[in-house]
Design a protein around this ligand. Structure first.
Ligand SMILES: Nc1ncnc2c1ncn2[C@@H]1O[C@H](COP(=O)(O)OP(=O)(O)O)[C@@H](O)[C@H]1O
Ligand SMILES: [Mg+2]
Length: 302
């Protein structure tokens, strides 16, 4: 049994399920938004890997789970109990703790694990881990103190970007003109991530257990996702960069990853981030790299 964490509304989950079906592999979607009503768990932490999930009445014993493809975690239901914020909070935290504990403990071939996702959600920590292991990352400032921005701007010769710490907005280049007082007002609500601007080409690496595939993305915007006409071309990476990709995966506990790199004008490969559940359908279509097959192989062959 292979579990697809997510639902069939997502094109990547759907594609993986179709391939598994063709190969006559048993699979099941695990949509966490069904929990707790339609997703029951039974688990004894003192008896390793004994227990089951019941997804809409379909019982799946832990021992039959060969691997998990973690595509989307659909969250945990949050119900507001009227006039009782305390109970609302407790319910949510208890549900979360039970499911997270199970995901951490279940010994199977997680592609990728909860631990890897949790590290990824603490992006600044992931950067810190990379730097500690001698991976080249952009000079980075995380702050909600607006008085520190100007100094960082000067230190980087006026070439900096701003982006969220976790995500949810595009990367934007900052100039003297657009670092206005009003803009910096938002730091009163939330810290932001400032980085030296890496002027150069975007590279996306699809890294699997045994294979690595790289594409260069040519676009006219700072964040290539804003550019509908971005061009993808296959490239080869130097062995040192391939080694660094595997090193990053090891540090961030990733079994496979979509790694974002920028190649600067001095020929340095600067690591931006390593994603635990990257999209790959478009890149596969354009480059004909066997990305789906590499992923399926990891799920089936262990
Ligand atoms: N320091 C930087 N210099 C230049 N471009 C950057 C920098 N940081 C991010 N970008 C661009 O923005 C894109 C998105 O940033 P990223 O950190 O990967 O966030 P997200 O989680 O939104 O993908 C990157 O793939 C890259 O093209
Ligand atoms: Mg990215």
């Amino acid at each position: 049994m292979i579990i697809i964490l997510g639902d069939n509304k997502d094109t990547h989950s759907e594609l993986v399920s179709c391939k598994l079906k063709k190969l006559q592999e048993d699979y099941c979607f695990l949509d966490t938004s069904l929990y707790p009503e339609n997703l029951l768990i039974k688990w004894n932490p003192d008896k390793n890997n004994e227990g089951y999930l019941k997804i809409k009445n379909k019982k799946i014993n832990f021992k039959d789970i060969k691997s998990v493809y973690w595509r989307n975690f659909n969250g945990i239901k949050f119900e507001k109990i009227e006039n009782d914020d305390f109970m609302t909070d407790i319910l949510y935290r208890e549900r979360k703790s039970a499911l997270y504990s199970l995901f951490y403990s279940l010994k199977t071939n997680w592609v990728n694990s909860m631990e890897a996702f949790e590290i990824h959600q603490k992006k600044a920590y992931a950067l810190h881990l990379m730097k500690e292991n001698n991976i080249r990352i952009p000079r980075t400032l995380i702050t909600n103190d607006k008085n520190t921005i100007e100094e960082f701007f000067e230190q980087n010769n006026g070439e900096i970007i701003v982006k969220p710490i976790l995500g949810g907005a595009y990367t934007e280049k900052l100039t003297k003109k657009n670092i206005t007082k009003t803009r910096l007002q938002s730091l009163k609500l939330v810290p932001a991530q400032f980085q030296e601007y890496i002027d150069g080409d975007d590279i996306r690496v699809y890294a699997f257990k045994n294979d690595i595939f790289a594409v260069k993305i040519n676009s006219n915007t700072v964040d290539f996702r804003e550019d509908e006409n971005a061009q993808l071309t296959k490239i080869e990476l130097p062995q040192k960069v391939i080694n660094d990709c595997y090193k990053v995966m090891k540090i961030l506990k990733l079994k496979y990853s979509g790694i974002d790199i920028r190649l600067n004008k001095n020929g340095e490969y600067v690591f931006i981030e390593a994603n635990p559940a990257p999209m790959f359908i478009h890149a596969e279509k354009v480059t004909k790299y066997p990305l789906t097959k590499s992923l399926i192989d990891m799920l089936i062959n262990l």
